[in-house]
Design a protein around this ligand. Sequence first.
Ligand SMILES: Nc1ncnc2c1ncn2[C@@H]1O[C@H](COP(=O)(O)OP(=O)(O)O)[C@@H](O)[C@H]1O
Ligand SMILES: [Mg+2]
Length: 298
Amino acid sequence: MTSYTHLNRKTREAVIMPREQRLAYARRSRWVPYERAIEIESIIDDLLQMPVDERVSNLLIFGSADSGKTELSKHYFRKHLPKDRSDGEGIEAPVIWVEAPSIPDEKEFYEEILTALRCPFKLTDGRLMKRAQVNTMIEQLGIRLIIVDEFHNVLAGGGKTQAAFLAALKRMSNVMGIKFAMFGTQKALRVIESDEQLSSRFEIEPLPKWRRDAHFQRLLVNFERQLPLKEPSKLHQPELAEWLFDQSEGMIGELSRTLRKATVHAISHGREQIDIDTLKSLKRLSPSARRKHARDGY
Ligand SMILES: Nc1ncnc2c1ncn2[C@@H]1O[C@H](COP(=O)(O)OP(=O)(O)O)[C@@H](O)[C@H]1O
Ligand SMILES: [Mg+2]
């Protein structure tokens, strides 16, 4: 019996599944831990534990598209799912996850929150009614931290709508003691910087692109532990690591898709590891080369 020590426990079970199931497993994206993510999670933890009266009580995590922001925000949330209260009196939800409305609108934001809490609301109720409903939920469920993904959406409103929305967020933190962990692109920085009072209350943390270094190699080691292949591919070794870095251009989303495709390709061709030929036969361009081709009208 082989022990498949290059794989994590779950993947060891997947690697011996029948072919179709193994292929399905290989196609699915799964959380792969990496150092910066663990760091950011502990920064959010500190924010969650911080007394409400501290000045800096919010966080903005920014990075380009495909850098893993949504995955990271959801991964954090999954570790803090609502649970039964210790006194048996209902549930508590210290952390909730929402997406910023596509335009900064206070009422829609409350609707997002109520939807996240699976709390029914009347579409016809106005902004103030929904604000009251959200405040009740905050108290009932002991909500302390709201994770907001796609925070750059706030820019989609003109100056006035944007200011009104930010005022609503400030009210939530001042009156209800809510802390925010925002995730967004570089543009989200502009939202914070548009308001002096807000910017003094935000800690800003980048989720940068990967560089060609030992961190990237460790990421590859962690990815490999989740690929259901029977032989080690040693993705972190220079030839493969270089190829994967160049092709993905340091974006975790692209890396994840390429590795999943390579795994499926290997399994479909009766191979049990990813080697340089597997990667090359994918004929996969880098994201910027694909964009260039699209622009040039290929
Ligand atoms: N920690 C991770 N482990 C595995 N795959 C990841 C991880 N983070 C991101 N990905 C992959 O990258 C893709 C893009 O990530 P996402 O969080 O949607 O990026 P962003 O929100 O920054 O645009 C995801 O669909 C997922 O497949
Ligand atoms: Mg996203």
